[in-house]
Design a protein around this ligand. Sequence first.
Ligand code: SF4
Length: 739
Amino acid sequence: MSQLPINSLLRQWTGPLTEDLVRAPGSFGLGQVPTRLKPDTTTTMVCGFCSTGCGLNVHLKDGQAVNLTADPEYPVNLGMACPKGWEALTPLAAPDRATAPLLRNAATGTLEPVSWVRAMNEFVTRFKGIQERHGKHSIAYLSTGQICTEEMAFVGSLFKFGMGGLHADSNTRQCMATAHVAYKQSFGFDAPPYTYADFEESDVLVFVGANPCIAHPIMWQRVLRNPHRPEIIVLDPRRTETAMNATLHLSLAPKSDLTLLYGLAHALIARGAVKREFVEDHTKGFEAFAQFVAEFTPERACEAAKLPREDFDRCVELIATGKRVSFWWTMGVNQGHEATRTAQAIINLALMTGNIGRPGTGANSITGQCNAMGSRLFANATSLLGGRDFTKAEDRQTVAQALGIPTETIPAQNSWAYDQIVDGIESGAIKGLWIIATNSSHSWIHQGRFNDLVKKLDFLVVQDLYHTTDTAQRAHLILPAAGWGEKEGTLINSERRFGLVKKVLRAPGEALSDFAIFQLIAAAWGCGDMFREWRSPEAAFQILKRLSAGQPCDITGIRDYRHIDQEGGIQWPWAESTQAAEGSPGPDHRERRLFTDGRFYTPDGRAKFLFDQPRPVAEPTDAAFPFTLLTGRGTSAQWHTNTRTAKSEILRKLYPADCYVEIHPDDARRLDIAPHSQVTVSSRRASLTATAFVTPTVQPGQVFIPMHYDAVNRLTFGSFDPHSRQPSYKHCAVKISPA
Ligand code: SF4
């Protein structure tokens, strides 16, 4: 490896990639103390768990973070934080951190520590070998919504422009792909229109498949601050914590949401609640939509959703008479078999009632991960950098110019989506896989199939904070990564706000920031020259600015990290021309929503009404598997596969240690299942054992298991929304019996 040439990745690095170089201060990050900050200070940065993007004040002593508190000045959380935020530093000190690269010994099968130089040698030799034997596109990567925007853009550019790869996706496919596609098709760009102030300004809030009490607790706190005594309508099969706090809960049958939403549109048209002027001036396709929903009568909607007519009518009444109605959705919609059209049915309601572009309104998707929005705009996986399109020559040219690379370097075709990459492993088209900061072996739908398939790979690399994740344990090579708080960069939250992550701790051992790992790989691969401008996350941020120029997500007016820091985060868009005309965002522009002028990002400036006939679910219940399995978030103390949250003793006390299943009392009685007894839940794919929580929060015929327990995705069925290719985690058929 010491002979591998590197093309002066950065100007000062002109020699071979050696251990000394890897360790040099100011080089890739090893051995550095926290930079930029005074040793004993308090600094504000955004939380690295969910998409709310709360500001946390981190307190340093001798250059290392020792504690944190919620920032009372930050415009997002106003001094509040959920349990995960308060415990954000704890997972970084876990004993199972990956502290050195680990390579699987072919003879013994064990993972053994190696130097970074050896790790890079393996990475390059084995991936290049696969490409030589099976073609350039036989390697793929799966990334995450948990790393910084600059890192996402770096890995996407490195893989596609430097390494010659094509197929790349991220775990945002599992949470936000639907919202991305729905907005893009309806508004012309992936543009969540709202700002969190809308939670406080609505007089009617409609939550569809969203449980912010648990999933986004600080957003829920913003709802509680609403001074207008708002009506809160929840559409959810479960009596979730949010549904319990609603003024109206429509406990609809699972996956009847699309029919119900069309029924609501029908009823609103029938009672003359359409804002004709807005529809005529700013939208396209309403007449066809009105004709389409004519057959979705209230009777049909109520029958499909198994709802009392008076609840349906009350919902119509509240939406029709509300002055400022906001519609909010999240995974209950996004993770469905017809998710994109369901999201667009919500968008259609907002458009036809003129509830968009004004305070307290909007068709608002709540994002999942802390940087899902960064992934949607800048990951260069399914969309070209800056929310552009790989298949458009003009877009490829613009990006090539901004990056100073030949246009031919940019692939003219789209990547496969996550599920297609998995299928590619099965067919033998994908032989090498690089997984970055995600735990696919736990989280991917029908996980048994995924875990069988990864055994077919010639080379599996996992880049993560921990060497113990379900996925890392299957790797040939583990690259140890620094976590949130051990590196710098930006995250973009649900309301499009750029926030800063700062380096307030040293990563343990030889762990490096993801950014530094990508620099190393570029150097080792031999494409360092292409990335010579990517000297640091902040230098990369300047590249992102160029890439955003002229796009709806234009951020050319954000000067630098300091500017973001001073402003308490800055929402996109913030163009250079806006900065020149208005000065910095300041208090007047701290909370900005989109479409205030009624112009959308489509070529004619009009939002589109999009719709389709509802389709049956992929795996309906039957006599053998008579229950519908619902999955979702369990508590606000858990995050996804518990990789980080399980490291905190405090957080562990806030949720049941073992897998549990919620079952309705009528079903429990019929099946002779006692509260807190052990039960077996089986699907056609596998079984698991769980503790029975007998509760009316689920309807008869349904069971609910939180997604955080590793066994749940043994049961789920791999079906996908045809537009977004997002997995349908919210419906499959199971049976349940005493264990
Ligand atoms: S709500 Fe989300 S961003 Fe805020 S503290 Fe909790 S996990 Fe962090």
